[in-house]
Each structure stands twice: as structure tokens, then as C-alpha cells.
Write a protein that binds this ligand. Structure first.
Ligand code: NAD
Length: 503
């Protein structure tokens, strides 16, 4: 384990700051499955966590297998049937969830640091964005619990429609916003009264394990939240388990497609999938080009491009292409990575050497396919031992090329030109994804007309990442089915029960 601060100072990068250095000294890692309210031993085969900040090992974590997966699901099922949470008065569920939100807030620096060490994002960003969003999610769903009513149907008799929890729900999440996406998943699941088995990403299990411990410390009954660190095989065994009634998943489209199979081959589970994206950012003729380009660059390069709804394709009118090229080249340079544990860092490392090489291979193949590398396309600060990649811009890309069609999930932006609004729409919609799109214009009617024709779960107008916990988040086409956030996510983890009373 490397929690000694001196081991985190990097050649070529300034940091860590005093604040994060002192936090590092007191940091502890929870590394085994959390089942029925305690950490248990599991599969002796463990996974080594490597920090992309410096390439050094952080700790070993259990790679959960059938024994502990069965135990976790059994514990969740027992707790569900016991009703200590599922049948608890909604107002009391609400109080527990509010206490959990307070506990997360109180431990925000610790949780942010765990995520920063695992995935390389700046600890200040993890605290200011991810943790803030996680706390809001728990508070918002806590407040919804005793305000979501059932219905009485307009029949001649008394037909009551109740909204009830589903049972044992599996949550499977990725590494790019570890605790934030975990909160978006499990807050509505728990609020609805379900018992949850959470499988965090193999790259970022530490914050989820700590979160579960905090949940029990504020009174969440044992077995209501279990956490299984592990890899894809862990996710496969969990999502094929006969006693799991529903799955909430966020991750890649290819894994999402596998989950369809597991869900149907086992027990026909409810499925909600938040998958990959290839979001476009369309700048109409009348828009403020500089604002649009800077906004797009911030959305894409933030989190080193590892954001599902990152606007990775900037589409501009042909007449504005040269000006946009200059603006985007200069904007990209504002997002150079810095030490993730330094004060005020905005961009840090990429999650892993494997992911960065995958991104670099995309860039190399794009250039071989005729694209022009405008800036970036290289690893940075190799002497640090960490995984740092330069913000990259490619132009002269073809619509049917891999770089335009596939999700890169790294700091790589393509600049494309269009001849008409119809051409922009065809290009934007011309991929298999449909998570998000952006439109920049001062003409509200033109913007709305375009927004309604775009294949996207959300369209941001004159903004990159709009909305919050109150608005639905999710895609169409191969970006998934179902929605995170908003009342839609709460309802997704409930089932309707109809009771018909003849009066
Ligand atoms: P991933 O699909 O590799 O892994 C996601 C999770 O699924 C991890 O916990 C992983 O261990 C697990 N998993 C992997 N194989 C599995 C299998 N066969 N069965 C069950 N579980 C399995 O994705 P990732 O690399 O962790 O995350 C990046 C992807 O997530 C990107 O495609 C990104 O667009 C997507 N994402 C989508 C959203 C959204 O809301 N739409 C948000 C964030 C990330």
C-alpha cells in the first residue's frame, strides 16, 4: 500500500497539495466484499489496483466469485423479506437516507480521494462534482419516498394500484464517475425499498466499499446494501442469479448487450441499461462560434474525455470551419493534464494504461485513414509513471470512419463541417448511438426544430451538460434503455400491484 505522501510526488508535475497530502496519511482501504453489514473474506484470488496517477500499486481487492455472490444475494433477499427496510414507514426510510447523505458529505474528501487514486481524476473535481452530485442524489430520492403516491382507478369498485419495491436489485457501475454513478443508481433503488447488491468497477471499488460501511453506520439495516468488488465475471454471475429481480447497469454498449442475454437466460429480469455515446455538438450559422467551441471543448476534455455524453464531435458550417479550427486548437490547450492531487486541477490522468493505449490506437488508425492530427495525439509526463494523454483534435474525418462512428472514451475531439442543417442532422444522427447532442444557436425555433429531430435522450441547447438529479439521463438506440435520475429512475425500481376490491 502506498499512502505515504512522498510517494505521490511526480516527476514533471507539481503536487500533491498540502490538503490532499495530509488526507493521504490517514487514508484506509476496505478491500473485501461487504455482505450483511460487514466485510467478509471472499475468493482468495484478488485484483491488484494500480493508480494511474503514478503507476504504483494501491492495494489488492477481492475478485468476488460465486460463494460471496450467493451470500450477498441471500443476505439481500433475507433483508427484503424481513421488511426492515422494504416495509419500513416511508418517512423513516427517508430519515435514514438523509442521514446517509449527511455522512457522505462529512466524508466527501475521503471518498473523493479514493476515487481520485483509483481513476486519476483530480481529487478537487471528484469532491466538487462527483461527491456533490452523489449527496444531492441521496437527498433528492430521500425526499421523494413519502411523496410518491399510489393510485385508485376510476372503476365501479375499488381498484387500488400500489407502487412497491421489486426485491433484490443488482447495480453494476463503471469507473468514470465512480461514486456519482453509484449514487444515481442505488439512491432510487434504496428509496423505493429494494435491497441492493452493488458491483463497482474493477478499477474503482474503494469508494463503494466505504459507502456501504457508512450506510450501515447511519442505520441502514444489514443486508439492504451489499457490495461485491470484482471484474466482469463477477457482474456476469450476479446478473444471472435467479434471486436478482432487476438490474441497473451503466457501462459500455457491448457489456449492456451481454446483460440482455443473462437477464433473459436466467429469470427474465427487469433491465435498465445506460450505455455508450458519441455525442455531437452542432453549431448553427447564427451561433456565437467562440462560445460554442469553448463549451464543446470543456465538455469533451473534462474528465480526460472519459464521459459518456462528452461532445466528441464538433460540427460547424463550412463557412466557419477555418475559424473553428483555430479556436478549438487553442481551447484544447487549456485542458492539459496536471497532478490530480494538486490544488485546483481540472484534468488529471486517464483511468489506465490499457484505456490510454486504446485511445492512442484510435488516433493512429484515424490518421492512417486520412484524418489530420491538429494537436495532441501523444502521451505526456511519461517520467511520472502515470497515464497522461494530450488533448487531441482531429479534422478531415469521414462520416463512415471508425473515429466518427465509435466511442473513443478519451480526450479526442473530431472537427467536422456541414453544408446545411439537413446535412448536420444526417451526420449527427448517423451513428449507432443516441445518448446526447448539443445545439448552439440564438434562433430558438431553429434550435427546437433540430433538437426534436436529433437521435438523443437529451439535447443541450447553448450548454454542454444541462440538467441535474431532477431530469432524466439516458439514451436511445445503442446508448441504452431506461433512465437514471428523476422520478423515472425511482419508478423503474418499483413494480405496480393492483388490488381489486368489489364494493
Ligand atoms: P464496462 O462495460 O467495461 O464495465 C461496466 C461495468 O460492467 C463494470 O463494473 C464491469 O466490471 C462490468 N462488466 C464487464 N463485463 C461484464 C459482463 N460480461 N457481465 C456483467 N458485468 C460486466 O464499461 P467501463 O469501461 O467500466 O465504462 C465505460 C463505458 O461506460 C463507456 O462506454 C461509457 O460511455 C459508459 N457510460 C455510460 C453512461 C450512461 O449514463 N449512459 C455513464 C457512464 C459511462
Amino acid at each position: 500500500m502506498t499512502t505515504s505522501a512522498s510517494e505521490w510526488s511526480l516527476k514533471g508535475l507539481d503536487g500533491p497539495s498540502e490538503k490532499w497530502e495530509s488526507r493521504l496519511r490517514s487514508l484506509r482501504f476496505r478491500t473485501t466484499p461487504f455482505v450483511h453489514g460487514e466485510f467478509i473474506d471472499g475468493n482468495p484470488e484478488s485484483m491488484g489496483l494500480i493508480s494511474p496517477i503514478n503507476g504504483e500499486p494501491i492495494c489488492d481487492v477481492t475478485n468476488s466469485r460465486s460463494g460471496e455472490i450467493d451470500d450477498a444475494v441471500a443476505s439481500a433477499l433475507r433483508s427484503f423479506r424481513d421488511g426492515l427496510w422494504s416495509r419500513l414507514a416511508p418517512i423513516d426510510r427517508r430519515s435514514t437516507m438523509l442521514r446517509l447523505a449527511d455522512a457522505i458529505e462529512e466524508h466527501a474528501e475521503e471518498l473523493a480521494l479514493l476515487d481520485a487514486l483509483c481513476v486519476g481524476k483530480p481529487a478537487d473535481v471528484a469532491k466538487g462534482v462527483d461527491l456533490t452530485s452523489a449527496v444531492k442524489a441521496f437527498r433528492w430520492y430521500a425526499e421523494l419516498i413519502d411523496k410518491r403516491y399510489g393510485e385508485v382507478a376510476p372503476t365501479a369498485n375499488l381498484d387500488i394500484v400500489l407502487r412497491e419495491p421489486v426485491g433484490v436489485v443488482a447495480a453494476i457501475v463503471p469507473w468514470n464517475y465512480p461514486l456519482m454513478i453509484t449514487a444515481w443508481k442505488i439512491a432510487p433503488m434504496l428509496a423505493a425499498g429494494n435491497s441492493v447488491v452493488l458491483k463497482p468497477s474493477e478499477y474503482s471499488p474503494l469508494s463503494a466499499l466505504r459507502l456501504a460501511e457508512l450506510a450501515v453506520s447511519v442505520g441502514l439495516p444489514r443486508g439492504v446494501l451489499n457490495v461485491l468488488p470484482g471484474d466482469g465475471e463477477t457482474g456476469k454471475i450476479l446478473s444471472s442469479h435467479a434471486d436478482v429481480r432487476a438490474i441497473g447497469f451503466t457501462g459500455s454498449t457491448s457489456t449492456g448487450k451481454q446483460l440482455f442475454r443473462y437477464a433473459s437466460e436466467s429469470t427474465m429480469k427487469e433491465l435498465s441499461l445506460e450505455c455508450g455515446g458519441k455525442s455531437s455538438s452542432i453549431v448553427l450559422e447564427d451561433a456565437d462560434l467562440e462560445k460554442a467551441v469553448k463549451g464543446t471543448a470543456s465538455g469533451l476534455f473534462y474528465n480526460a474525455g472519459q464521459t459518456c455524453n462528452a461532445p466528441s464531435r464538433l460540427l460547424v458550417p463550412s463557412s466557419k470551419f477555418e475559424e473553428a479550427l483555430q479556436l478549438v486548437t487553442s481551447a484544447a490547450k487549456d485542458y492539459m493534464p496536471t497532478h490530480p492531487l494538486s490544488d485546483g486541477a481540472t484534468v488529471g490522468a486517464m483511468v489506465s494504461s490499457k484505456q490510454a493505449h486504446r485511445v492512442d490506437d484510435f488516433v493512429k488508425r484515424a490518421v492512417a485513414d486520412g484524418a489530420t492530427l491538429v494537436t495532441g495525439g501523444e502521451f505526456l509526463f511519461a517520467e511520472s509513471g502515470g497515464v497522461y494523454y494530450a488533448p487531441t483534435v482531429l479534422s478531415d474525418v469521414k462520416q463512415d470512419s471508425e473515429i466518427v462512428q465509435e466511442e473513443v472514451f478519451g480526450p479526442v475531439l473530431t472537427l467536422e463541417r456541414f453544408e446545411s442543417v439537413e446535412d448536420a442532422l444526417a451526420k449527427a444522427n448517423g451513428t449507432r448511438f443516441g445518448l446526447w447532442a448539443n445545439v448552439w444557436t440564438n434562433d430558438l425555433a431553429a434550435g427546437l426544430s433540430l433538437a426534436r429531430q436529433l437521435d438523443a435522450g437529451t439535447v443541450g441547447m447553448n450548454a454542454v451538460f444541462g440538467g441535474d438529479i431532477t431530469t432524466p439521463f439516458g439514451g436511445i438506440k445503442e446508448s441504452g434503455i431506461g433512465r437514471d435520475r428523476s422520478i423515472a429512475a425511482f419508478d423503474k425500481y418499483t413494480k405496480l400491484r393492483h388490488i381489486s376490491i368489489v364494493t
